[in-house]
Write a protein that binds this ligand. Sequence first.
Ligand code: DX5
Ligand code: ZN
Length: 221
Amino acid sequence: MTDFLIAPSILSADLARLGDDVAQVLADGADVVHFDVMDNHYVPNLTFGPMVCKALRNYGITAPIDVHLMVEPVDDLIVQFADAGATYITFHPEASKHVDRSLQLILDKGCKAGLVLNPATPVDVVKPVLHKLDMLLLMSVNPGFGGQKFIPQTLDKLREARTLIDASGRATRLEIDGGVTPANIADIARAGADTFVAGSAIFGAESYKSAIDAMRAALAD
Ligand code: DX5
Ligand code: ZN
């Protein structure tokens, strides 16, 4: 049986009381903290950097932190996030001149490495570096904002990525990010995803626990 991971995106958390909100969502059943880093350059929005990641660790958050870099360039921030306590670090291949080198940098810093593919980026791009990937993240919205609608064509890309990962024999996680809800999570899992980012569907819900429970129930069907 697949071990499914639910990764709330703190982009939609209450940033004025981030530590408490993250602790709450973990207590309510989340597995991983998804940490969206935007630089107003690679994407048209600006969020938070390594200091905030470090602050969460100092606050006592011990769950895996999944740092999704939407920045360009990536290498300096890879080092800073590794030092700040990141577990996974993923970046967009378009944002690094030397994708293999950036992946190796993440691994050398002792973190888990991943690539993120935008909706218009083909899955094939990862083939030459698949052996270095602990995570492959497919964007199901264009990156930059929470609360967008899931792009249905991503399901075909998930199937393609699942075939590639299974053929590689590596335990690379297949993550999906954007527009995930209790209503579509089962279809997304059937297409091959095992790790689910959800921002507005969890932090926008009246009860985080009910939203997470609804996702787990849909995954169990
Ligand atoms: C978008 C971010 C996502 C986003 C997901 O660029 O990478 O992680 O916060 O938010 P929802 O679940 O609201 O689509
Ligand atoms: Zn993200």
